[in-house]
Structures are given as structure tokens and as C-alpha cells.
Design a binder for this molecule. Sequence first.
Ligand code: NAP
Ligand code: G4F
Length: 336
Amino acid sequence: MKKAIVTGISGQDGAYLAKILLDKGYKVYGGLRRTSTSNLWRLDRLGITNDIELISFELLEQSNIFKMIQKIQPDEFYNLAAQSFVGVSFEQPMYTAHASGLSVLSILDAIKSVSPHTKFYQASTSEMFGKVHEVPQKETTPFHPRSPYGVAKLYAHWITKNYRESYDMFASSGILFNHESPFRGEEFVTRKITNSLVKIHKGQQEKLTLGNLDAKRDWGFAGDYCQGIHKILQHNIADDFILSTGKTHSVRDFIEKACLVIDTEVRWEGTGVETKGFNSKTNKLIIDISEDFYRPCEVDHLLGDSTKAREELNWTPEVSFEGLVTMMMEEELKYL
Ligand code: NAP
Ligand code: G4F
């Protein structure tokens, strides 16, 4: 039985990846940081909470990381834990640098010292491309991060590569473009939109307040991407791979598609922060804009080219943009 440690087990990707590994017969150790209330709802919804051995894991605690790896001697280590919200990284840049960047060095160094057979996966991100130097972005596209989160993740990405090249470790990174699901945290824009639109639809909320509607993202389904994460560590050599759909949509497109699921059409008026969205049937204001949700520096346009993963890993995303939006809306309608 293969042993895998998955950090960030309480997060979106942690849940999907754990399910994939359990279905493949792995013994899964889920790294969980201590909190005063349980946040295992995603694992509960997948019905896998009791199949995972939960272990105490804190990104900033080097000795905890070292002892855990020494004791478990995992075959595979998936590092999904991070301060993952770009917006917060502008408010907490130092914490983000430690949690999403430097902490990866503790993990790599522990693996090198006490469990060198362990294959390591780092959750890298399209946010590292930031102010993009080419469209679409490939593994060879230069990086230009635009947030403290992107900068921290770039350190983690390069230190993973450096340990691979210096110490011949099996250390790979997946450069994943945005991937969403009903398990997405409510502060990220897609889930904020689906959650709020359904609440408005059910009379539980007045309106939805957003930031920049014109940003474009290459949005895929997290379940598909976690299949890709597993494939990256099964490849015959350690390497870096982009996972993306190759299609991009604006925040505004996402809203319009989501509205269709509840038989609503949006009529837009105004531009920039003055933009307002009305329910075209009732004329009720349902969307407005606040500068509070703008970032000091924006990533305007992400579009990934995942040819390498498609050819070398035989990975393809299955859920379309329309399928993703519908899945997220239907899950909100079921649970709200
Ligand atoms: P997520 O839902 O926000 O999950 C993040 C996980 O990290 C949570 O389990 C969280 O625990 C844990 N965590 C945060 N700070 C920690 C700390 N100090 N010590 C230990 N654990 C900590 O993120 P996700 O969407 O699943 O993404 C997984 C990884 O992929 C992240 O590293 C993210 O940066 C990266 N990524 C995501 C995307 C995307 O579009 N989803 C794209 C590219 C890369 P709590 O539940 O206790 O907060
Ligand atoms: O949903 P978001 O917060 O995701 P963002 O910033 O692209 O980051 C996500 O994807 C990265 C991969 O590229 C991951 F590495 C990262 O961990 C995270 O999962 O924002 C998407 C876009 C941005 O341009 C933002 O400015 O939506 C825009 N937006 C407009 N109004 C908003 C809002 N974002 C949020 N969160 N909330 C708003 O009200």
C-alpha cells in the first residue's frame, strides 16, 4: 500500500485529491492545522473523513514537518497547503511569504535529510505569470508575479526546481490555472458569485458586490486538475507541468452564465466602479461594484497552454466552462 501525505487536506484540492488517492488504494495522511472549530465539511461531503489519518501539520513549524516526514516515510508528498488568497496577500505579505513560500524549503529539506525516496509535489500557480509576457502561457513563459502571493509561490517553485537539480530529488511542480468547484472557498470570485446569486434568487440576500469585472481567467474544474496532480507524480521523471483548459472568460462572463441557470438575465449599466447589474425582468439592482474588492496590482488575462501535460501525461480536462458554472450553481441550489 502506497503512503501519501496531503497537506491542505481541509481545502478544495485536498478533498478531491484525497478521494482520488483513496480510490487508488493509497493510505492517505491528511495534514491539518489546529483550529478551534472543525472545517472538514468537504471531506464529510465526499464521505471520506474516516478513511484519512489526520495528522497535525503547520506550514510554519519546521520541527513538526521534520518529525512527521521522518515518522511516516511517505512514498508521495503533495504540498497543497498555503495562504492561497491573492487579495489577503496584500494585507499579510510577510505571513504569506512564510506560509506560501519559505515553508516549502522546510519540507524539501526534511525529505532530503530523512526520507529521500519520497516524491514531492508543489502546488505552483498561474499567478506567477502575473503581468503576462505571452499569450497563452506555457512552461517556458517568463514569470512576472503581481502579488505577494505570486512572489511567494515563485520562491516555492524555484526552490523545488533547485532541490531537484541539486540533490537529484523527485520534486515536481504543477503550474495550475484557476480551478473551481462547489468546494471552492466563498471568498474566491466564482464561489462568491454562485453563492450570492442563489441567495438573491431565494430572497436571502439583497445584492452582490464585486471588484474588477473585466479580469479574465482560464477556469477549469478542480476534480479534473487533481487527477492531473496525481499524474505529475506518476511520470517517469520529475518535471514542471501546466494544467489549464486553454479557454479564458471574464468575471462578467461567469456572472452571465451563472444567471442563466436561475433563468435570470443581467442588464448592465455604467462602466468601471460605476457599473451596475440589474435583473432585466424585475429591474432590481443585483450587482454593484466597490473599490474594496480591487487589488493594488491586477492580473488581467490568464490563458494556459497545457500541451505538455496533454502529450506527456495523457491529461485532459473533462468539464467545460459551462459545465463548471452549472455544477456550482446546482450545488448551491441544493444546499442553500
Ligand atoms: P484552499 O481551498 O484555500 O486550501 C488551502 C489549504 O491550506 C487549507 O486546507 C488550509 O487550511 C491550509 N493552510 C493554510 N495555511 C496553513 C498553515 N499555515 N499551515 C497548514 N495548513 C495551512 O486552496 P486550494 O484551492 O485547495 O488550492 C490548493 C493549493 O493549490 C494551494 O497551495 C493554492 O495556493 C494552490 N493553487 C490553487 C489554485 C486554484 O485555482 N484553486 C491554482 C493554482 C494553485 P485551513 O482550512 O485551516 O485554512
Ligand atoms: O477568484 P480570485 O480571488 O482568484 P485569483 O486571484 O485568480 O487566485 C486564484 O487563482 C490562482 C491561480 O491563478 C491561485 F493561485 C490562487 O490560489 C487562487 O486560487 O479572483 C479572480 C479575479 C481577480 O482578477 C479579481 O480581481 O476576480 C477578480 N474579482 C472581482 N471581484 C474578485 C472580486 N475576486 C474576489 N476574490 N472577490 C471579488 O469580489
